[in-house]
Design a protein around this ligand. Structure first.
Ligand SMILES: [Zn+2]
Ligand SMILES: [Zn+2]
Length: 818
């Protein structure tokens, strides 16, 4: 005989989820935040994804965490904004176009459609009406508008500079995109240096504020790890700028040092090989050596290259001692840090010690330990502060005081000053690629750089373009794009053909969500005042510097333009752990990917979501295993069966069973609520729900209709943030009106939650046979007697010899039989 097609007592995830999927999709306003709400606002946001193709289980975690939070906050009475969109410009689309002959726009939109379908299948609570794709002119025209604002405020400038060039990408990279000397996209491709005319944004103008607000606004609300990465990246150091003079011409060489107190120990000056003065001091052989050092920069950043130096033949004068010191070039001196020139004090700096030892440059100690003598023949650099010696009028002063006085003297005599320097450099935003926002300027022979007038925005990216992927922007080969009239003089001019770094797109998208359809401004400032800052931002720690520094910079610029009031974009940041399978991060290249479609077909969206939250605390990595997913599925089946077979029950039960079940229910509500409000340890929330279901199965026979009338609806509500499909189905079967996420979160009754009896586990030969409840502090003898008489234990000991009974008060009795 054939099986019946649908068994209503069986948990059929496909039947339930597809039914609700259809209903939810047919209601476009379901997850819309209320307009003019009296509820407090809550803006929860997951980092916007790059539409690379299909989603897999590894992608799921961040959205699952965000969605659980969004649903919980609705239930707690907040007006929740929970949008989603697409970081749709970028190189992979262009490379796919070159490899497969598909247009980047078409490729990107197809991927967006695919991923959006998958997001919907997972049941995430996004307001899709606010969806944005950064590759559309309605969005990127505001990138161009921001560019013009930066230009107006002197925050955008153009200069020829040595830049990081990835030969594989065929474009320039920002400093933030160089990882250990290699491209962030191509781990084994060393980055080269190329001299190019580029647009920069002056993020350095905000270095101080970016640093200060880490302490004043973000500390305690963002992960410490992210904040310390940002501090290091900004890299503030306090020191002095001092001018050495070129012996022959008197030309000044400005050096930056944090240890001016050691300056009497300076035995040479070292220039970066790119330093403008180096070329004029070096002969032909020397210039070749300089070029070689520059070419080796990328390997050097990976630590593969030894310190390398070359004597220029010229000398400089120490402005304090008047002493003549040789001028070298050295590969470890960087043009972008400080002034591109240093004084070498080998006795008090490890790097200088190594360099000067190699090249037999004298080592002259001038700092002694506070409680010791000056070491005249040091075997290593003494790098701590101490007392200054052999330093003319400054001898005998402690280091800190000497620095103050020396800076003062430099300032009085006009050869230097106290100075702060930063490691962070201005953001190079030009890219020689196609699939990005056109930079809105025009080059005119007569007028130079002329901004595109605001009224002429957007400068639309032409669709009909030949993509080569190498060397220069393909836009340069589109005459209709390039050849324009100058907006100033009306004469012939050329349009800029570089596009913007795609990190520009993601620096402000979370503002656009608040007013996604605005066609006359990036957004209405009133709406921003209502929603920003983002209350909770969630994403990967790999964005600790790039995206998260740029977004902070953009926010500060927007505030200074006067269109927003908040100084920081994200009040709280959470970085989730990775999804691991077979010992490695889930990724296409590792071949350990579980597709989302396959998973939801087999187990359902609820199981996938629940398991991702249950397997580990959300900040830790989690292992995806089939057995784990099966466990989550079994739990949901148990919930389904319990609710459906008990929902019609009425009548009286055992008051003690009711009391125990209700106590467990209220303990669970308390536990889950605390997990949400504190550390988001959803793994323990789900474990608590599992324990609750176990208890309900134990007490099932004794429960009254009245108790079930409290328990079953509460159980559905508790399940809402974790398994929304099943929660909604059960809620409806219980005769309630949805949606679940709009119901108030259940409150716990602490009197009901309080234990009045100890729960003692009963074991026979170590195997659990049941539980019993006894007054706290019941003595061991009494426990043993009760356990041996317990009906749950009887079948396992009947006809056997009891060898031993072990009792642990308030906890456990184990009966050993033979
Ligand atoms: Zn690359
Ligand atoms: Zn002109």
């Amino acid at each position: 005989m054939e099986e019946t097609s649908h068994d209503p007592t069986r948990y059929d995830h496909n039947q339930i989820e597809l039914k609700w999927h259809e209903r939810w999709n047919s209601d476009p306003n379901l997850y819309k935040a209320d307009v003019d709400s009296n509820r407090p606002k809550y803006y929860v946001l997951e980092m916007l994804p790059y539409p690379s193709g299909s989603l897999h289980i590894g992608h799921l975690r961040v959205y699952t965490i965000g969605d659980a939070l969004a649903r919980y906050m609705w239930m707690k009475g907040y007006n929740v904004l929970h949008p989603m969109g697409w970081d749709a410009f970028g190189l992979p689309a262009e490379n796919a176009a070159i490899q497969h002959g598909r247009h980047p726009h078409e490729w990107t939109l197809a991927n967006i459609a695919q991923m959006k379908r998958q997001h919907r299948r997972m049941g995430f609570s996004y307001d899709w009406d606010l969806e944005i794709a950064t590759c559309e002119p309605e969005y990127y025209r505001w990138n161009q508008w921001f560019f013009l604002k930066m230009l107006e405020r002197g925050l955008a400038y153009r200069k020829k500079a040595l830049l990081n060039w990835c030969p594989e990408c065929g474009t320039v990279l920002a400093n933030e995109q160089v990882v250990d000397g290699c491209c962030w996209r191509h781990e084994s491709t060393p980055v080269e240096q190329r001299a190019l005319e580029q647009w920069f944004w002056k993020i350095t103008a905000y270095a101080d504020e970016l640093l200060r607000d880490i302490d004043e606004k973000l500390e305690g609300h963002w992960p410490d790890r992210v904040l310390s990465m940002q501090r290091n990246w900004i890299g503030r150091s306090v020191g002095s700028e001092i001018d050495f003079k070129l012996e022959k011409t008197g030309e000044r060489i400005r050096v930056f040092t944090t240890r001016v107190d050691t300056i009497y120990g300076a035995t040479c000056v070292i220039l970066a090989p790119e330093h403008p003065l180096a070329a004029s001091l070096l002969d032909e052989a020397g210039r070749a050596r300089a070029k070689q050092m520059i070419d080796n920069r990328a390997q050097q950043e990976r630590g593969d290259v030894e310190k390398d130096g070359h004597f220029t033949g010229a000398y400089a004068l120490n402005p304090y001692s008047g002493e003549k010191v040789p001028i070298w070039i050295g590969n470890f001196v960087l043009m972008g840090y400080g002034t591109g020139a240093i004084m070498a004090v080998p006795a008090h700096d490890e790097r200088d010690f190594e360099f000067c030892t190699t090249y037999k440059i004298p080592i002259r100690p001038v700092i002694r330990p506070v409680d010791g003598a000056l070491d005249e023949n040091p075997k290593a650099a003494f790098t701590e502060d101490g007392v200054v010696e052999k330093s003319g009028e400054f001898s005998g002063l402690p280091s800190a005081e000497a620095r103050g006085r020396m800076n003062q003297k430099a300032e009085n005599q006009g050869f230097g000053k106290a100075a702060v320097t930063y490691r962070i450099k201005d953001w190079g935003i030009s890219r020689q690629r196609y699939w990005g926002t056109p930079i809105p300027v025009i080059h005119c022979l007569k007028d130079g750089v002329v901004p595109v007038p605001e009224n002429d925005l957007p400068v639309v990216l032409p669709i009909d373009v030949q993509l080569t992927g190498k060397g220069r922007s393909p836009l340069a080969d589109v005459p209709a794009f390039v050849n324009v009239k100058c907006p100033k003089s009306g004469g012939d001019a050329r349009r800029e053909t570089d596009t913007m770094d795609t990190f520009v797109d993601s620096s402000w998208y979370f503002y656009r969500y608040c007013d996604a359809h605005n066609s006359s401004a990036p957004f209405d400032s009133k709406k921003i005042a209502e929603w920003l800052p983002v209350d909770q931002y969630i994403g990967g720690v790999e964005h600790a510097i790039l995206h998260l520094i740029y977004s902070r910079f953009f926010t500060k610029v927007m505030r200074d333009i006067g269109i927003i009031q908040n100084a920081e974009p994200f009040a709280r940041l959470f970085t989730q752990g990775m999804v691991i399978k077979d010992g490695a991060k889930m990724s296409k290249s590792k071949g350990n990917v579980v597709s989302l479609d396959e998973m939801s077909e087999r187990f359902g969206a609820d199981t996938g979501r629940l398991f991702e939250l249950f397997a580990a605390p959300p900040e830790k990595d989690m292992d995806w295993t089939d057995t784990g997913a099966e466990g989550a599925y079994r739990f949901l089946s148990r919930v389904f069966r319990f609710v459906t077979r008990n929902m019609a029950r009425t009548g009286a039960g055992d008051p003690a069973a009711d009391r125990r079940a209700l106590r467990k229910l209220h303990q669970t509500i308390q536990k889950v609520t605390e997990d949400f409000d504190n550390r988001w340890h959803f793994n323990t929330s789900v474990a608590a729900l599992m324990e609750l279901i176990n208890r309900l199965y134990d007490e099932e026979a004794g429960l009254s209709g009245a108790a079930l009338g409290q328990i079953l609806p509460s159980l559905s509500l508790l399940l809402g943030p974790f398994a929304p499909y099943l929660a909604e189905e059960l809620w409806e079967q219980l005769g309630r009106k949805g949606p679940v996420f709009r119901q108030p979160w259940p409150t716990f009754d602490s009197a009901l939650a309080k234990e009045d009896a100890a729960e003692v586990v009963l074991q026979v030969n170590g195997k659990m046979r049941g539980r019993m409840f006894v007054p706290f502090g019941t003595p061991e003898d009494e426990l043993k007697k009760l356990a041996l008489a317990d009906p749950k234990v009887q079948p396992s000991i009947e006809g056997k010899q009891v060898v031993k009974v072990i009792a642990i008060p308030d906890k456990l009795v184990n009966i050993v039989v033979k």
